[in-house]
Design a protein around this ligand. Structure first.
Ligand code: ADE
Length: 224
């Protein structure tokens, strides 16, 4: 997979995309992540990426020209399956969408900033608008990092233990069961007996019961 992220604040994306599992996935060649500073696609001497909105509202709007220049330069190189825009008014992001994106070949993510992007960008370039939740961030960079993280970690080979991504919460619309490690007893609190039993059929049954019980109690909406 190749993931191109367009931003006016590239610094915000450096650390989340270059540590831990995402770093290793790039080193293994499973994904190539390229961050583009939209300012590099301006032609004026002030390298201006935003301007006042028509209509006289407060705040600034991202200018269309450098974004079109950047996206079209990328599209001249290869086909992109989706051109995503991160915005609070997009469709709500979830595991189902992460799974879908992880099967695609080339993705562009445009990070919204300021009051948002000139609407012509959304009409002409964007194929998918994604929100990570009903709250407003200062920009779409953290949302793009969340999308990149959740997509890359489920690419086969990204996580050492292949099975582990499949047992995540939400993968089958159930929350994950509780997990424990050593010591088996800590301050008088014991690990559930069944997990120490070595009986894998029983352990699996217990985990499934726990997943259902926790989902019914904490997220009944997932079972609908
Ligand atoms: N940009 C600002 N808020 C956002 C949100 N909730 N999701 C995606 N992008 C955003």
């Amino acid at each position: 997979m190749r993931l191109d992220i367009l931003t006016v604040v590239p610094e915000l994306l450096q650390s989340p995309l270059n540590e831990s599992i995402l770093k290793r996935a790039q080193q293994k060649g499973l994904v190539e992540i390229v961050i583009h500073n939209i300012r590099d696609y301006t032609l004026d001497k002030h390298r201006q990426v935003d301007d006042y909105p028509f209509g006289g509202e407060a705040g600034m709007v991202m200018k269309p020209e450098p974004i079109f220049r950047c996206v079209e330069a990328l599209q001249a190189e290869r086909h992109y399956d989706e051109v995503i825009y991160t915005s609070p008014d997009g469709i709500q992001y979830n595991q189902h969408e992460a799974n879908r994106l992880s099967t695609l070949e080339n993705l562009i993510i445009l990070c919204g900033h300021y009051k948002g992007v000139d609407y012509r960008v959304r009409e002409q370039l964007i194929t998918r608008e994604i929100s990570i939740g009903d709250y407003v961030l200062t920009g779409g960079e953290l949302a793009a990092a969340i999308i990149a993280d959740s997509v890359v970690r489920i690419i086969p080979g990204a996580i050492g233990d292949e099975a582990s991504a499949l047992t995540d919460s939400f993968q089958d619309n159930l929350l994950a069961p509780p997990v424990y490690t050593r010591p088996a007893e800590f301050r008088g609190w014991s690990v559930p007996e069944v997990l120490l039993s070595g009986n894998f059929a029983e352990i699996e049954k217990w985990q499934e019961q726990q997943a259902w019980e926790r989902t019914e109690r904490l997220r009944p909406d997932l079972l609908k």
